[in-house]
Design a binder for this molecule. Structure first.
Ligand code: UDP
Length: 333
């Protein structure tokens, strides 16, 4: 019997790609999703269980039925703008929900946990390349909620022997090159899918959020990682935990998943024009609250400890894969 992994948020963008990677690695991904932002059509690689992370009885029932060997926790609210307007939604939907899940995991005797954290936990650091040791000073409730969950995992590691790998994602982009799953948010707030909407006329123009940042071209800089590279890191992290080579007595190990290369909003726009071979209608707008100026990270530790190499994470490849999905794949809306 292949080992099962409980995947919260398995119907979302990154979770659905992770399910594909887990299935390819010989695991059975069991999706647990409340379908508030996920898509039923995205659950293709294992069983699907509908439920909310705040519903402890339902979580216990699903864990008892499937007996997963580990948990991968993607299920979360993840929009910076919304978090600025409605912080309570983020503290409840991310922190309280994750506390429920972590307690259910520990009570079921599951020891291995892989968590999606974010570079939004860092805030601004004068343009330095970030790493696992950089202090976390989040600028918004989304980043703050993720940092709190990291702390929670550390406490449960000390108290209960829970072993967790925490991945701090930089900007995830692209799609499954086979077109089985892809990125589709309602509403969409992320740069590359919004650019592609502007390219094919689904929206009139891409608004550049802020052109007066202290960067070479005045727009924010981000480190973009291909979603397939990102989910490969999760499988490596899971196998590393299960091999028991680290964290024998419980604890957390943090890995940044970035490429070390930063691209400005204008550079992403330029590459998108080249890849799609079409003009990208743009307009300049004010800054978006909560945005850090520059978020770029190396992945030295993930390479050294897990053997991770972000081989598909070039802007042309990420935009090309996103463009293919944009033109051919979709979920119901
Ligand atoms: N951005 C933009 N226009 C948009 C959406 C995003 O200029 O319509 C910028 C945003 O301000 C940030 C970068 O693109 O500097 C990446 O934003 P995204 O929302 O994709 O990811 P985030 O960095 O917030 O996780």
């Amino acid at each position: 019997m292949p080992a099962k992994v409980l995947v919260t948020g398995g119907a979302g963008y990154i979770g659905s790609h992770a399910c594909k990677a887990l299935a390819a690695a010989g695991y059975v991904p069991v999706t647990y999703d409340n379908f508030v932002t996920g898509w039923r059509e995205a659950v293709k690689f294992g069983p699907c269980e509908e439920g909310d992370l705040l519903d402890r009885a339902r979580l216990d029932q699903v864990i008892a039925a499937h007996k997963p060997v580990a948990v991968m926790h993607f299920g979360a609210l993840s929009q910076v703008g919304e978090a600025m307007r409605a912080p309570g939604k983020y503290w409840r939907g991310n922190v309280c929900a994750s506390l429920n899940l972590i307690e259910a995991t520990v009570d079921a005797g599951i020891r291995d946990f892989v968590f999606s954290s974010t570079c939004a936990t860092y805030g601004d650091h004068d343009g330095v390349v970030l790493d696992e040791t950089t202090p976390q000073q989040p600028l918004n409730a989304y980043g703050a909620s993720k940092r709190a969950i990291e702390d929670m995992l550390s406490d449960f590691g000390s108290a209960s022997g829970l072993r967790s790998v925490i991945f701090r994602y930089f900007n995830v982009a692209g799609a499954d090159p086979d077109g089985e799953v892809g990125e589709f948010h309602q509403p969409e707030t992320h740069l590359i899918p919004l650019i592609l909407d502007a390219v094919d006329g689904k929206r009139p123009a891409l608004t550049i959020h802020g052109t007066d940042y202290p960067t070479p071209d005045g727009t924010c800089i981000r480190d973009y990682v291909h979603v397939m590279d990102l989910v490969d890191a999760h499988v490596l992290g899971l196998n590393w935990l299960r091999a028991g080579t680290g964290l024998a007595n419980g604890g957390t190990e943090v890995f940044c998943l970035g490429t070390g290369n930063g691209f400005s909003v204008r550079e992403v726009l330029d590459h998108s024009g080249v890849v799609t071979n079409r003009p990208v209608p743009t307009e300049e707008g004010p800054r978006r609250g909560g945005d850090a100026i520059k978020l770029v990270s190396g992945s030295e530790k993930a390479g050294r400890v897990l053997g991770w190499r972000p081989e598909r994470s070039t802007l042309p490849q990420m935009i090309a894969d996103a463009w293919r999905w944009h033109q051919t794949g979709h979920y119901a809306s």
